[in-house]
Design a protein around this ligand. Structure first.
Ligand SMILES: Nc1ncnc2c1ncn2[C@@H]1O[C@H](COP(=O)(O)OP(=O)(O)O)[C@@H](O)[C@H]1O
Ligand SMILES: [Mg+2]
Length: 333
């Protein structure tokens, strides 16, 4: 059975100006032990898509359609009201968060409660799911701190007494505390310096392998995701536009947006290359462009692209792309 099966997922945010089309018709599968990278420019819906898996969304988020099956069970039945509004506090989700699915937040810097010690916050997550004594919880946290490289004598410190890197490590400790099946890491190291970033990411993957968890790694930087993921999903304006094995994405990108992203980042092999920027900016998601959402920025766009929305289709085994002209465009690296 697939670990995760997302079908036609469509999530909008309600604003007084209209509906923000944050996620539209997303289809995505994940298997056990897999590391899937989610890449795209800021605002393309990465966080909304990833957090929707445990419905950790603000209260103006609505499920317009679609399903999210986790080990065969449709999670939308747990957290969605009749009118589509998402209830992130729904009781049914508490049993899943941290235990089955954990999230390393984009803003780990301020996602701990400032008036509770880090140790107590991790203990609370553990005790929500397991009926064990104080001593045992303490031992578990000590072991976790050892794994992520925080000295044991810092368990009773408050978040403000931690450095940024340490807070991130504490967040990782919390994310693996209950040995979840899926870990979602949302830009887990963006706020850290490059050396700490590399170290923490390498450790994270080591832990994921050791615990045999699956992982979704989100970044706006395709070169970071490339080092960590087995497959990559490229997102643009609320949709997945290309999905394939990491090496396929690099060797033979088929979507013009993927090609542009690859040109906009330095090569992972470290060869010197001029960084190109992608012309224009992502569209307004209240009124997304008709046809292909990337067409206003696409150098290959033809009339058909302005009228007809391209659907995600398989162009070779395991490689899907949403572009009418995927077989014809070229310009990868
Ligand atoms: N609470 C909200 N209300 C309205 N719009 C939102 C809200 N949260 C995010 N958005 C919008 O939804 C879109 C997707 O955002 P997000 O998922 O955070 O993208 P990413 O993680 O790729 O930067 C963006 O256009 C963003 O401005
Ligand atoms: Mg985000």
């Amino acid at each position: 059975m697939a670990l995760l099966e997302i079908r036609n997922l469509t999530i909008y945010y309600r604003l007084s100006e209209g509906w923000v089309h944050a996620i539209e018709n997303v289809n995505m599968d994940m298997e056990n032990g897999e590391r899937l990278g989610l890449v795209g420019e800021s605002g393309c819906g990465k966080t909304t898509l990833a957090y929707s898996i445990t419905f950790l969304l603000p209260n103006n988020a609505y499920l317009k359609k679609g399903s999210i099956k986790f080990l065969g069970r449709d999670l939308t039945t747990l957290a969605v009201r009749k009118d589509g509004r998402i209830n992130m506090f729904s009781e049914g989700l508490r049993g899943i968060r941290w235990k089955d699915i954990s999230i390393i937040f984009q803003s780990a810097m301020n996602s701990f409660n400032p008036v509770i010690t880090i140790g107590d916050q991790i203990a609370e997550a553990i005790l929500t799911h397991e009926n064990i004594g104080k001593e045992e919880v303490r031992k578990r946290i000590e072991a976790l701190f050892e794994i992520v490289g925080i000295p044991k004598d810092r368990i009773d410190s408050y978040p403000h007494e931690y450095s940024g890197g340490m807070k991130q490590r504490a967040m990782i400790a919390m994310s693996i505390a209950l040995n979840p099946k899926l870990i979602i890491a949302d830009e887990p190291t963006t706020a850290l310096d490059v050396i700490t970033q590399d170290k923490i990411l390498a450790e994270l993957v080591k832990l994921q392998k050791e615990f045999n968890s699956s992982m979704i790694i989100i970044s706006h930087d395709i070169s970071i995701v490339a080092q960590l993921s087995t497959r990559i999903a490229i997102m643009y304006a609320g949709q997945i536009v290309e999905l394939a094995l990491t090496r396929e994405i690099f060797k033979g990108p088929r979507h013009p947006y993927t090609m542009a992203l690859l040109k906009a980042f330095p090569s992972i092999k470290g060869e010197k290359k001029r960084l190109a920027t992608i012309q224009g900016s992502p569209p307004d998601l209240i009124n997304p462009p008709k046809g292909c959402r990337f067409s206003p920025r696409c150098q290959f766009a033809k009339e058909r692209c302005l009228i007809e929305e391209p659907l995600l289709r398989e162009i070779s085994p395991g490689h899907t792309v949403a572009c009418h002209f995927a077989e014809e465009v070229s310009g990868g690296r």
